[in-house]
Ligand binder design. Structure first.
Ligand SMILES: [Zn+2]
Ligand SMILES: [Zn+2]
Ligand SMILES: [Zn+2]
Length: 360
């Protein structure tokens, strides 16, 4: 907590998904949560025994896609050796009473993000990050086109054991599934409701607010200033086409979201030009996070418009984004039991610290 930071203790409702909330409690002496271990990143470029390193291609399942090509690949997509979802099985599930199940049909693939074993996202060239996200986009499109039962293709990255990564070589994953995952479904539902009421995309409204809104709240009796709100304080990084925001009600203390400034619901429709700017905003954001919480384990995941009937009316109301969620502390029983996440640093303070990092 920085010197002049006011103490905050309040429950904040996520404006996009009101059923999610966070308790922001920054008072000094507040018992801190157990810190999640920082990772000593193995910065080696090549590890002989690593199945994802060059020269060991025969140790992974066959290549699905290699960029630029199989011989000199920089990015490679392979089947996951232990998929959580797989191809059709002939024995279809039996539903009985309250026990309903959907066939675990889908695809689970691994994207080797870089031929360099230990390189971090913020160390990758902007052009490489651009190609990486264009590769995600290409594979998402292929998967949606390959089977109309697939309603959602989730792209995510786990960095560090606490974030679920079991192989050290930098990689991300793609899971294509026949249902819309709950987190995305909740965003879809609430943004649709907001659109029906206000004829505007709630994500666009949030971005507008972040870029323009300032307010002062006075005490009604004494006239003293109770609180000054400068919503611009949530902006962490800005490009020509993308913005990185620290959400006002973040579940994770250092959570940052990157969104296109212009409304766009489906990541698949982004252009190469969009991806160039996105890559530079991502690199700068990851660089800021590395300066402030270096070595923190994290997940990032893409939230984009699902395909199929559930979302036929979503294009005007949904807005794709990347959520970056560093795991700096271990959730407590209170959090798991209540669903109310606790943040011991205020999102305003976290954003200020990230903005204060001087890059280049
Ligand atoms: Zn490796
Ligand atoms: Zn929008
Ligand atoms: Zn989201």
């Amino acid at each position: 907590m920085s010197e002049n930071e006011e103490t905050v203790r309040e429950i904040r409702i996520n404006p996009i998904v009101p059923s999610e909330s966070v308790l922001v409690a920054t008072a000094r002496g507040m018992r801190p949560r157990d810190a999640e271990e920082r990772m000593d990143r193995n910065a080696e470029a090549h590890v002989d025994r690593c199945p994802f390193c060059t020269g060991n291609e025969e140790k992974t399942p066959p290549t699905i896609l290699a960029v630029p090509d199989e011989k000199d690949w920089q990015i490679r997509i392979v089947e996951n050796l232990y998929p959580v979802l797989g191809d059709d099985r002939s024995d279809s599930g039996i539903n009985f009473g309250l026990q309903q199940a959907i066939e675990g049909y889908g695809r689970h693939e691994v994207i080797i993000d870089h031929s360099n074993h230990g390189i971090a996202i913020h160390e990758m060239e902007v052009s490489h990050l651009q190609t990486l996200f264009q590769t995600y986009r290409a594979r998402m499109k292929q998967l949606y086109d390959s089977d109309e039962r697939l309603q959602y293709v989730l792209v995510f990255k786990n960095f560090g054991a606490a974030a679920g990564a079991s192989i050290k070589h930098t990689h991300s994953q793609i899971i294509a599934m026949p249902v819309v995952p709950e987190n995305v479904y909740n965003e879809i539902m609430h943004s649709r409701n907001y659109y029906q009421k206000h004829h505007q995309c709630i994500f666009c409204a949030m971005i507008d607010e972040a870029l323009t809104f300032e307010a002062t709240i006075y005490d009604r009796n004494s006239g003293a200033i109770r609180r000054r709100i400068d919503v611009g304080q949530y902006v962490v990084e800005r490009g020509e086409k993308f913005i990185a925001i620290k959400p006002f009600a973040s579940r994770y203390e250092w959570e940052v979201h990157i969104l296109p400034l212009q409304h766009q619901s489906d990541f698949i429709n982004s252009t190469d030009e969009d991806m160039a700017d996105f890559a530079s905003v991502l690199k700068r954001t990851m660089n800021r996070l590395d300066h402030v919480i270096g070595g923190a384990q994290y997940n990032f995941f893409l939230h984009s418009q699902p395909h199929g009937e559930t979302c036929a009316d979503c294009p005007p109301s949904y807005h794709w984004h990347l959520e970056i969620c560093p795991r700096t502390s271990i959730p407590t029983g209170f959090e798991l039991g209540s669903g109310l996440f606790v943040s011991t640093i205020s999102p305003e303070d976290a954003a200020a610290q990230l903005r204060a990092v001087s890059l280049d």
